[in-house]
Design a protein around this ligand. Structure first.
Ligand code: SF4
Length: 198
């Protein structure tokens, strides 16, 4: 099997405090087949959307983010990170060899639903939120859950990083002028008002 040295991603954020404990480099992976009702990030569902980025370029960006912002971890969100499990597995192995960083993954799957390669990715993560997003159960956003049916699993050493001390939401204005709103803001009207006032 030939495994590409690229990932298809929807968006990147060099530093976030609203996507896992501490300061994190966030990668929203492109592609998801779960089709949860009222999906949180529908723009990341289409596997043909987003753009490809090489492992080399991604690794450079992560290293730059460590220098600039002192990030201590990477968060894979989406979309569904495990949709590209083969490539993601190779990338995570590679980046863990290069840099000491913890990995946090948001996946719509539970461990029992995964194939071998997807489990390999799972096993390399220090922190995971798993399970489909259920709109009817949304509202329990403690412990990084988007809906209360989901499960948080984490390596015990994450206690040091105050796992449950989360920044609820964050607005980032990127160098190119684009605005990323991330975290727990659910009031879409408020988001538009904020964007228009910047
Ligand atoms: S798993 Fe996430 S990205 Fe995929 S459909 Fe569900 S909410 Fe949307």
């Amino acid at each position: 099997m030939i495994i590409s040295n690229k990932l298809r991603i929807g968006a990147l954020l060099a530093c976030s405090e609203a996507n896992g404990p501490g300061r994190r480099f966030v990668i929203w992976m492109q592609g998801c087949e779960k089709a949860c009702r009222k999906c949180i990030n529908p723009q990341f569902q289409d596997i043909k959307g987003g753009y490809e980025i090489s492992f080399e370029m991604l690794s450079k960006k992560i290293k730059r983010s460590i220098e600039q912002y002192n990030v201590n971890g990477i968060t894979f969100s989406g979309g569904e990170p495990l949709y590209q499990a083969e490539c993601l597995c190779t990338f995570v192995k590679q980046i863990k060899e290069e840099i000491e960083l913890n990995i946090f993954m948001f996946t719509g799957y539970t461990y029992s639903e995964l194939n071998e390669i997807q489990r390999e990715v799972w096993d390399m993560c220090e922190m995971i939120v798993s399970g489909s997003y259920m709109y009817d159960q949304k509202g329990n956003t403690e412990k990084w859950l988007s809906s209360s049916n989901q499960k948080l699993s984490f390596d015990p050493r994450f206690e040091e990083l105050e796992v449950f001390n989360r920044t609820p939401s964050e607005i980032t204005i990127k160098e190119d002028g684009s605005i990323i709103v991330t975290g727990l803001i659910e009031d879409t009207q408020l988001i538009e008002q904020i964007k228009n006032s910047i």
